[in-house]
Write a protein that binds this ligand. Structure first.
Ligand code: SF4
Length: 82
C-alpha cells in the first residue's frame, strides 16, 4: 500500500476515533482499516507498538475504560486490565 494511502487511513481513523489513544485501542476489530490504523502496515505497527496491536485477541475490547489503559499501546500488557 502506498504511503499516501496509509496516511489517508490514519487521517480517517483520527477523524473516526478522535485521538491517537482511541485509535490505538479501537475496538472495531471488524473494520477493514483496523490493521492499518497506525498509518502504516501491520508489520510496521507490530514493530513500532508491539505484536499485540495487530492481534484482536490480545487487545482490549470496547468494554474497557480507555482511561485505564496506558497511553502508549506498547505499554499495554495483553490481558490487562482484568
Ligand atoms: S479502524 Fe475503523 S473504526 Fe477504528 S478508528 Fe479506524 S476507521 Fe474508525
Amino acid at each position: 500500500m502506498s504511503q499516501s494511502a496509509t496516511r489517508a487511513i490514519r487521517a480517517k481513523c483520527l477523524d473516526c476515533s478522535e485521538n491517537f489513544k482511541s485509535v490505538a485501542y479501537c475496538p472495531a476489530f471488524e473494520c477493514a482499516l483496523w490493521p492499518w490504523r497506525f498509518g502504516c502496515g501491520p508489520k510496521s505497527a507490530a514493530h513500532r507498538h508491539g505484536a499485540h496491536v495487530t492481534d484482536p485477541k490480545r487487545m482490549p475490547g470496547g468494554d474497557v475504560d480507555l482511561d485505564e489503559l496506558p497511553t502508549s499501546p506498547r505499554d499495554y500488557e495483553p490481558g490487562d486490565p482484568t
